[in-house]
Write a protein that binds this ligand. Sequence first.
Ligand SMILES: [Zn+2]
Length: 400
Amino acid sequence: MAGARPQTDVNRTAILAHLGAQPASRADLARALEVSPALITQLTRDLLADGLIEELDAASSGGRPARMLGLVSRDTTAVGVKVAPDHVAFVEVGIDGVVRRTDTRAFDAVSPLATSTLVALLREFISAGSVKGLLGVGVGLPGNVAQQGIGVVDSTQLGWVQVPLGDQLRRALDLPVVVENNVNALSVAEQLFGRSRGLKNVLVVTVGNGVGAGLIADGAIVRGRAGGAGDLGHVPVREDGPLCQCGNRGCLEAIIGQNALVNDARSIRLIGPDEGIDAVRALADGGDAEAREIFAHAGHQLGRALAGAVNLLDPEAVVLLGEGVAAWTHWAAAFDRALRSALVPGKRGIAVEVERWDDDRWAQGAAALVLATPFDAQGVAGDQGRLVRERLVAAIDGRS
Ligand SMILES: [Zn+2]
């Protein structure tokens, strides 16, 4: 694979994903993936040689027939897991990225039995599906993972220090396992299936309980020294601001994270002590000026912080997602003003895309790690990339 570039790798997986959904011609693929027909010709030639795709009967309707391409095996799947402090969410997706089934279970991340519980829950979920075509398991969690293919986790949210999760899961499940920070996992899914497909430089930003960012530069995720790149939530905003989960004061997340917004609403008695973010949003939806001001303030702060990130990284687009986008109509105007006014003139036109959100998305992102892995020439997934690829080929050889 010498000479293969990261962008090419994403496109190979995107071709498989696209063909997993439906057969397509090379021209269809070039249009859908927004890349040149010449690149599609080259990539499909490789995939044909690998036996992963095949030419179907020509669909002729006058003129030159367009040769349709299809996936050799559509029965391959990946399992994705989102690990949160108090629950785990599972999805099984097809190679087209479409969710086939889901499950959510209670989980106690700080329990000494956390990893063995996770293994048991994963076994249960996996055995309820078709194990035969399963390519591997992707795990997304809030924290730092130095190398996806090794999967040692540091997470203040989960209370984990140097937990060798990847190793433990691989040994227990006898499957390829890729572990990654959850926002980075979402960024991989965005590159494969989302709004940032075809773009090489994107800032993927999540707002919710936490605030995070996935940085895609030259088509690859920027991971930093130990997987800690993208901690947008801990950009310092206010010197004497509220205490953050990280131990510092005045981080962006401590000011605009969902808990902070709920605290703000409670402190002015806008909502009761037992009410949460949904109550604040309902008030804002109903026109309550104070509730709207809480979201507008959050939008303003996010806009300013993101302007700094955009000025620094010069992405083609910003993609916003996460639980917090449910209230985006109340963030949007203040966000946009703050962002554009703090950008340098040449960058003020940057595209900002707000993605629709549902709760499966985190686990879907984790599953996308597995789907992206077979063509991971950068080697971020280490040995796991090779193992997933072997299973992909084996699934095809096993067909009859
Ligand atoms: Zn912080």
